[in-house]
Design a protein around this ligand. Structure first.
Ligand code: ZN
Length: 498
């Protein structure tokens, strides 16, 4: 089998993956800020890295996957005034900040469960690691790369850039950044515009605050990931992941802080998933087009024609390579929904089939083709986790499976080995690695399905005794309440709700 190759954003090329400690992988992925509900954009990184996590384990690695929860801190975004989102929203909702944090953490966990994402090995919170963050800031100050001004501590980017490669990940040059960064109100105490906060003094109205050597305050955003990854994975670890929007400033700042505190590049492979756009536009509050995950699942957003199930969204995400742009539209989601149904039906059919041969010769061409489509799946995953190509091959195999069931292709036309490989490939890639699973149906859906199956059976019985008046009545009555029956080629009957 070929080696796993990962596109390393740090060197802008694919590289053979070699872990620091043979057999073990340390992976850190920037988690959500739990100041509000997760939206569609959040689905992509967590589904992407869930597949990376699953595949590394499948390859036999012992993986420690750390994904944090940002539940405190000072947020600094490029070109925007800094604010502490958690405290701000907590006041608006008249809640204790930690109550708000808990509410959105629970919602996030629930959404991850719906998506079939496996739980990370460790899920540290920023508020649970204030001491580690303060210790790290102290180290950076001792080494001369941070300074205190009136209770706040800033990282000295200019000094760092003079001695290290600031911009190594994002490819940005300090001079450019200084040119484009606007003078922000209330940040005059920084020595340079490019400097970023490691610790912020808490104004009197600020709810979340902790004592520190510099007075009461709260940590900067970037420092939490540097402190928590070092605590659980070491000063240097294997994979650091996140969305492309985190490359700058977040990951660039993480690299600088960790370099000074630990004397090495924090992670060896940097992976970034591309963004989700909506009808070709960037998604965001500024565009008034964000869709919350709960809205996706229920269809309660004017941009949605209907609800989309979590598995449909997972499938939609994995149908595109993680570094490619992914454009959301109702058409694309509905196509994904149909595709998933087709694939899942083929998977269920395949698992029920058993091999039998009457001794007649195999069809070499078909046998080779099926074998090749299966053998390519690990090759595609090893080529920077190309889930899109794996799914394309499963689609190629779908008509073969359906024909094996329908009898258009006789079982003896492929070898027993090939058949076993086919069954194994679907189980391994579709279920174990891509994490596609049967949608969990609610109790109500179960009851409805039971009733409909009963009516389908009654119609079948009516047909078999040539009572077409009754069989037509059942079909037409169901149609009038929005249930369409469909006679399948293999003699079975399916239904769809309209
Ligand atoms: Zn982070």
């Amino acid at each position: 089998m070929s080696e796993l190759r990962i596109y390393n954003s740090l060197h802008r090329q694919k590289e053979v993956f070699t872990p620091l400690h043979p057999g073990h992988v340390g992976m850190y992925v920037c988690g959500p800020t739990v100041s509000g509900e997760s939206h569609l954009g959040h689905a992509r990184p967590y589904i992407t890295f869930d597949v990376v996590f699953r595949y590394l384990k499948y390859l036999g690695y012992k993986v420690r996957y750390v994904r944090n929860i940002t539940d405190a801190g000072h947020f600094e975004e490029e070109g925007r005034a800094a604010e502490d989102k958690i405290s701000k929203f907590a006041v608006l909702e008249k809640l204790e900040p930690m109550e708000l944090v808990q509410k959105y953490t629970n919602l996030y966990h629930w959404a991850m469960l719906q998506f079939g994402c496996q739980e990370p090995s460790i899920e540290p919170t920023a508020t649970g690691h204030i001491i580690e963050q303060i210790e790290m800031i102290k180290t950076i100050m001792e080494k001369g790369y941070a300074y205190e001004v009136d209770g706040s501590v800033y990282f000295d980017v200019k000094k760092y850039a003079a001695n290290y490669d600031y911009g190594i990940l994002s490819g940005r040059i300090l001079e450019d950044m200084l040119e484009t960064t606007r003078e922000l109100e209330g940040q005059d105490d920084k020595h340079n515009k490019a400097d970023f906060a490691l610790w912020k003094k808490a104004p009197p109205e600020h709810l979340m605050r902790w004592p520190s050597p510099w007075g009461e305050g709260f940590p900067g955003w970037h420092i939490e990931c540097s402190a928590m990854s070092a605590k659980y994975l070491g000063g240097q670890f294997d994979i650091h992941g996140g969305g492309m929007d985190l490359q700058f400033p977040h990951h660039e700042c993480e690299i600088a802080q960790s370099e000074i505190a630990h004397g090495e590049m924090m992670a060896r492979y940097w992976m970034h998933n591309n963004m989700i756009t909506i009808n070709g536009r960037k998604m965001g509050k500024a565009y008034n087009n964000t869709i919350k995950l709960t809205e996706m699942f229920t269809g309660s957003n004017p941009q949605l024609e209907k609800p989309y199930s979590p598995m449909t969204i997972r499938f939609f995400v994995l149908q595109t390579h993680y570094r490619g742009t992914l454009d959301f539209s109702n058409e694309a989601l509905q196509a994904a929904e149909k595709g998933l149904q087709r694939l899942w039906a083929a998977y269920e059919t395949l698992q029920k089939l058993t091999y039998s041969s009457n001794g007649e010769g195999i069809n070499e061409e078909l046998d080779n083709q099926v074998r090749t489509w299966c053998q390519e799946c690990p090759e595609f995953m090893n080529d920077d986790f190309n889930t899109a190509k794996v799914l394309a091959n499963l689609f190629e195999l779908t008509p073969v499976i359906n024909s094996l069931k329908g009898g258009q292709i006789k079982m003896h036309e492929i070898s027993e080995d090939t058949f076993n490989g086919l069954q194994q490939t679907w189980k391994t890639y579709l279920v174990d690695i891509l994490g596609i699973q049967q949608e969990t149906v609610s109790g109500e859906d179960n009851k409805l399905d039971g009733v409909l199956q009963m009516l389908i059976e009654m119609r079948k019985e009516a047909k078999s005794r040539k009572d077409y008046a009754t069989s037509d009545k059942i079909r037409n009555e169901l149609l009038s309440i929005g249930v369409q029956l469909k006679d399948e080629k293999d003699g079975s009957v399916s239904y769809s709700l309209q």
